[in-house]
Design a protein around this ligand. Structure first.
Ligand code: GLC
Length: 546
C-alpha cells in the first residue's frame, strides 16, 4: 500500500456532536440537515475527516454514550436517510466520516438489556452478571463522586451487573461470541452506509477480561483487537479504528500490534504532559510526554489533541503535577474540576482568554507528531459554562453568529443554553464575526491548518527535539524523504531569544511556513537564532539550495 493511501496518517480530524452543532428544523436540537448546511465551514477550515460523537437513539443520560439502538439515528437528529445524505455531502467536499462505536456498554433501556434481565433468556449472557456483589465493587469506577459502585443489583434478574461507567450503562459481555458477532454486524452496517471507520469508545474497558479468560483462545484480551481489525479490513480496506485508550505508554504497543490491530490511538500521555508544560511554562514535561509513548508501527498513527468532550483527564500525572495544573488552569477547584481527574474547561478560559497563548497551544497541536483532532468551537476559541453539570460545561452549542441563540437554533429553547455572558459570550465569539476579521483566531487557524497540510512531515516524519538552552522554549525538527521542517515555541510569558544547533542542515535555507511573507532568519554556521515574543512560535521549512 502506498503511504499516500494511508489517509488517516495525515488526517485533520474535526469532531462534533450533531445535537449541539446546528439546528435546521427549529426544535432546539441540532440535526443532520443543520450539519449539512455547515459542511462548507468544516471543509473551509481544512479538515479532512469528521468524527461524529454518538448520534444513536438514547435516553441521553451520558451525552449519547448510552445507546439504546445501534442501528438507527436518534429521531431528534434526523433519519437514516439524512445520515446517508450527510455522508455523501461530506464526501463531495473531500471529507471522510468516522463514527463513535460504543460497545463496551449499552443503555439500560436497550432492548438487549431489558431482555437480559430475565436470567432464563438467551440474552442474559450478553451482559456480565454476578450472584454476589464482588468485594472490590467500589474499585475501578470511572466517575468517582457520581458513582458508588461498578456492580449494581438488578431486581428482576436478582443478580448484580457490571458497569464501569454509570449504573445505567451495563457492560456488554464480549466473551460471548454472540455479542462479538453483533458488534461486527453493527460495524458492517455503518460501513455499508459509507463511514470510513470508528472511534472505539472506552477501548481498555471493552477488552477487559470480564470472564474472557474463561473462553478458549481468548486468554489475551488484546487479541480481540486483531479480530476487530481483520473484520474491518475485509469489509472496507481503507477504513480505520481510532481508539480512546488512556493507558500507560507501555500498553500502547498492545493496541497497535505490528500494525495489525488498531490504526490510531489518542495520545493521552502527550496531552497530559503538554498541559503540565503549559502550566509550568517550561518545555521539560512536553519533551518527556513526547518521548514516553512508543513510536507507532509504520502503518499506525497517534491522534494529537488539546481538549475533547470530556474533562481534561490527568490520571497519568502525579498528584503534585495535577495540583500544578489546577493552580494554573482551574484555580476554583470546586467549580472547575471533576472526577478527581482534571478540569472541565475549554482551553481559552483556562488561559484567561490570552489570544497569543491560545494560538501557541494550537500551533503545538498542529506541529507535534500525530494527526490533529480539533473539537468544534476550538477554531473560534469558544469558552465553557461552569453552571452546567459535570462535563456538560464544555458541550455548549456552536456559536455561529451574534443572532438569537448564536445562530444555533431559531427555537426559544435550545437543548442547552448558549454562552451569553462573560468574555466568551456568543455576541463576541462567533464564526460570522471572525470570518470578517483577518486577524481572528478562525482565520489564523485556517492558515495554520493549510500550512500544516503543506508540511505534513510534521505529522509523521522522524522527529527530534532540539536543545534551546532556554527552559521555556521548545524546538523540534521533523524530517522525511529529505524534507525537513523545524518549529520553535515559547511556552513562557516573556520574550525569549534562542540559538538552535541545526548543523545537519547547515547548507539549507529557511522559509517561514506560517507567514510566508515574513523573513525567516538564516542558518549561519549551522545555527539558527530566533527571538520569540511571549507565547510566540514559528515554523520553518529547511530547504535545500537549488
Ligand atoms: C468515553 C467517552 C465519555 C463517555 C464514556 C462512557 O470515555 O469519551 O464521554 O462518558 O466513554 O461511554
Amino acid at each position: 500500500m502506498s503511504v499516500r493511501d494511508r489517509w488517516y496518517q495525515d488526517a485533520i480530524v474535526y469532531c462534533l456532536d450533531v445535537e449541539t452543532y446546528h439546528d435546521a428544523n427549529g426544535d432546539g436540537v441540532g440535526d443532520f440537515v443543520g450539519l449539512m448546511a455547515k459542511l462548507d465551514h468544516i471543509a473551509g477550515l481544512g479538515a479532512t475527516c469528521i468524527w461524529l460523537l454518538p448520534f444513536y437513539p438514547t435516553p441521553n443520560r451520558d451525552n449519547g454514550y448510552d445507546v439504546c439502538d445501534h442501528y438507527a439515528v436518534d429521531p431528534r437528529l434526523g433519519t437514516l436517510g439524512d445520515f446517508v445524505e450527510f455522508v455523501r455531502a461530506a464526501e463531495a467536499r473531500g471529507l471522510r466520516v468516522i463514527v463513535d462505536l460504543v460497545v463496551n456498554h449499552t443503555s439500560d433501556q436497550h432492548p438487549w438489556f431489558q431482555e437480559a434481565r430475565d436470567p432464563d433468556s438467551d440474552r442474559h449472557d450478553w451482559y456480565v452478571w454476578s450472584d454476589e456483589r464482588p468485594e472490590d465493587h467500589d474499585e475501578g469506577m470511572i466517575f468517582p463522586g457520581e458513582q458508588e459502585t461498578v456492580w449494581t443489583y438488578d431486581r428482576k434478574a436478582k443478580r448484580y451487573y457490571l458497569h464501569r461507567f454509570y449504573a445505567h450503562q451495563p457492560d456488554l459481555n464480549i466473551a460471548n461470541p454472540a455479542v462479538r458477532a453483533e458488534i461486527e454486524r453493527v460495524m458492517g452496517f455503518w460501513l455499508r452506509l459509507g463511514v470510513s471507520g470508528f472511534r472505539i469508545d472506552a477501548a481498555p474497558f471493552l477488552i477487559e477480561h470480564k470472564g474472557l479468560d474463561e473462553v478458549p483462545g481468548t486468554a489475551d484480551p488484546y487479541e480481540y483487537l486483531r479480530d476487530f481489525r481483520t473484520f474491518l479490513s475485509w469489509r472496507r480496506g481503507d477504513a480505520v479504528l481510532l481508539a480512546e485508550a488512556n493507558v500507560d505508554p507501555e500498553k500502547a504497543p498492545h493496541y497497535f500490534g505490528d500494525g495489525d490491530k488498531l490504526h490510531m490511538l489518542f495520545n493521552f500521555v502527550l496531552n497530559q504532559h503538554l498541559f503540565l508544560a503549559l502550566a509550568r511554562q517550561a518545555k521539560a514535561p512536553l519533551e518527556r510526554g513526547l518521548l514516553l509513548p512508543p513510536k507507532p508501527p509504520e502503518a499506525g498513527q497517534w491522534a494529537t489533541f488539546l481538549r475533547n468532550h470530556d474533562e481534561l483527564a490527568l490520571a497519568r500525572l502525579t498528584e503534585a503535577q495535577r495540583d500544578e495544573i489546577a493552580e494554573a488552569f482551574a484555580p476554583d477547584r470546586e467549580a472547575m474540576w471533576v472526577y478527581n481527574r482534571g478540569p472541565r474547561r475549554r482551553v481559552p478560559p483556562m488561559f484567561d482568554g490570552d489570544a497569543a497563548r491560545v494560538r501557541m497551544a494550537y500551533s503545538l497541536m498542529l506541529s507535534l507528531p500525530g494527526a490533529p483532532v480539533i473539537r468544534y468551537g476550538e477554531e473560534i476559541g469558544m469558552g465553557d459554562d461552569l453552571s452546567l453539570p459535570e462535563r456538560t460545561a464544555v458541550r455548549t452549542p456552536m456559536q455561529w453568529s451574534d443572532k438569537k441563540n448564536a445562530g444555533f437554533t431559531a427555537s426559544d429553547e435550545p437543548i442547552r443554553p448558549v454562552i451569553d455572558s462573560g468574555p466568551f459570550r456568543y455576541q463576541n465569539v462567533n464564526v460570522d464575526r471572525q470570518r470578517r476579521e483577518p486577524d481572528s483566531l478562525l482565520m489564523w487557524m485556517e492558515r495554520a491548518i493549510r500550512a500544516r497540510k503543506e508540511a505534513d512531515v510534521f505529522g509523521r516524519g522522524d522527529w527530534h527535539v532540539v536543545d534551546t538552552d532556554h527552559e521555556a522554549v521548545f524546538a523540534h525538527v521533523c524530517e522525511r524523504d529529505g524534507v525537513a521542517v523545524a518549529a520553535v515555541h515559547n511556552l513562557g510569558d516573556e520574550e525569549a531569544g534562542v540559538t538552535l544547533d541545526l548543523s545537519p542542515y547547515a547548507d539549507r535555507t529557511t522559509l517561514d511556513l506560517l507567514d510566508p511573507g515574513d523573513d525567516a532568519p538564516p542558518i549561519e554556521d549551522g545555527t539558527l537564532a530566533v527571538t520569540l515574543p511571549r507565547y510566540g512560535f514559528r515554523w520553518f521549512r529547511l530547504e535545500r539550495e537549488r
